[in-house]
Design a protein around this ligand. Structure first.
Ligand SMILES: Nc1nc2c(ncn2[C@@H]2O[C@H](COP(=O)(O)OP(=O)(O)OP(=O)(O)O)[C@@H](O)[C@H]2O)c(=O)[nH]1
Ligand SMILES: [Mg+2]
Length: 411
């Protein structure tokens, strides 16, 4: 026979994944009320869980005395992480442990934790100490100052990854790019949509069914939440000290599946509205800059090919590159001024320049393809075909520049 379980041992909720709104009046009289509920999803984190509990409690006790709860949601780990965590319950009154049996997965563990939580501010942090605990206080400060979502980011100044291989960096950035293309409005709101370390106001996600898949719970929050203000705080992703990563190729598939599901189930009308709100003024500026680039291109070509007698290809390549430099400078200082002003560091400017170069390079390939189709397949006049190709590619370049080139996260 089981002894009656401690109230600090939470029963995993069942049914749909939906966070209830907060009903203070119905909750047990606790003084002071819980403000922050931080979920720690764990699977085989026996080597980390003890240290995590002590570090997080020491950090939060002075800031929110009795006003927070730390909820370990463990998926019945074979290394008995849940039992180890339960061992800390008597000494840590703000600690709760939820042992899930029969349901698995990081994202659903986080939501089950939020479903059993009492706080108005809900959060998540990894259980392997890769997320620096002290950043939590900065995230909390952001929410207290009015943010609906505060995300710890590796991709703003002061953030980073400690020792990732090139392959992992490329995979992570590739996944982010895919998200930007498929779900630009949601994913584009933060610089690090892959972050698993954030706080969100309960009211921003309450009372709506959530359908996360795999690891990227933040994508679900961005896609389905009502988030007026989003803030970011930099952090450096630490190396694991104990235990093993649970990341497998399956997580990449889940991520793709998750993005597509969100694409199909959210934002359809937003997409229409967005199309109707085409940024005409900015596009005209972009077109004007493009025309100035054409002049630079022609002028340099004339100078090198006719004036200096260089070969045609060499002259054309240099002329095109100088035109790109010209366009970049004007677009950065004029067309997309308000974006570049917020990211003025030299490294960021260089990054924007390289992105713009790739966008233009891709545009050139596209232009030649379109020109050939119009001229060879549709038998249009060469100059009309060229004009149409330039117009289409300018639109394409503009779209990519807005989506990827001068993208700044909303603060
Ligand atoms: N409850 C629960 N937690 C999980 C599950 N999978 C992973 N976790 C926890 O989620 C957190 C992040 O998982 P990790 O495997 O460390 O993933 P990561 O930090 O993105 O990647 P690494 O840098 O390789 O460690 C850790 O605290 C894991 O223990 C799961 O299926 N259920
Ligand atoms: Mg980890």
């Amino acid at each position: 026979m089981n002894v009656s379980p401690s109230p600090q041992c939470l029963t995993p909720p069942t049914g749909i994944l939906q966070v209830p709104p907060l009903h203070r009046a119905n909750s047990a009289p606790i003084a002071p009320p819980i403000q922050l509920s931080l979920i720690v999803p764990t699977y085989n984190e026996g080597g980390n869980v003890g240290k995590l509990i002590t570090v997080l409690s020491a950090l939060l006790d002075p800031v929110l005395p009795q006003g927070y709860e730390l909820i370990i949601v463990d998926d019945d780990s074979p290394d008995r992480t849940w039992a180890l965590a339960q061992g800390y319950l008597p000494d840590y009154p703000q600690l709760r442990v939820m042992r899930r049996q029969g349901e698995r997965g990081l994202s659903s563990a986080v939501i089950r934790g939020w479903q059993g939580a009492q706080g108005e501010i809900l959060g998540v942090i990894d259980g392997d100490l890769q997320h620096p605990p002290e950043v939590l206080l900065e995230l909390l400060a952001q929410v207290r100052q009015g943010a609906d979502l505060a995300v710890a980011s590796r991709h703003i100044d002061g953030g980073g990854v400690s020792d990732w291989s090139l392959a992992r960096r490329i995979l992570s950035r590739g996944a982010q790019l895919l998200g930007l293309v498929l779900l630009p409005r949601a994913v584009g709101r933060v610089s690090d949509p892959m972050s698993g370390y954030f706080l969100v106001r309960r009211s921003a996600i309450a009372a709506r069914p959530l359908q996360p898949l795999g690891y990227k719970i933040l994508i679900e929050v961005l896609g389905r939440g009502t988030l007026d203000r989003v803030a970011e705080v930099p952090y450096v992703f630490q190396e694991r000290e104990a235990g093993d990563s649970k990341v497998t190729a399956q997580q990449y598939w889940d991520y793709l599946h998750h993005l597509l599901r969100l694409r199909l189930t959210t934002g359809r009308f937003q997409g229409v509205k967005q199309r109707l709100r085409f940024p005409v003024k900015r596009f005209l500026q972009f077109g004007l800059v493009g025309s100035s680039g054409l002049l630079v291109d022609m002028g340099v070509l004339y100078l090198l090919f006719d004036g200096l007698g260089w070969g045609l290809t060499r002259s054309a390549v240099l002329a095109a590159e100088l035109a790109i430099v010209n366009n970049f400078i004007w677009n950065d200082r004029w067309t997309f001024r308000e974006f570049s002003q917020r990211q003025r560091q030299r490294r960021k400017t260089l990054k924007r320049f390289l992105k713009f170069n790739s966008i233009c390079g891709l545009g050139l390939v596209l232009k030649i393809l379109i020109l050939n189709v119009f001229f060879n397949q549709l038998s249009l006049n060469a100059y009309i075909a060229n004009f149409l190709a330039i117009a289409l590619v300018t639109l394409w370049n503009f779209w990519l520049s807005v989506r990827l080139g001068w993208r700044v996260t909303q603060q």
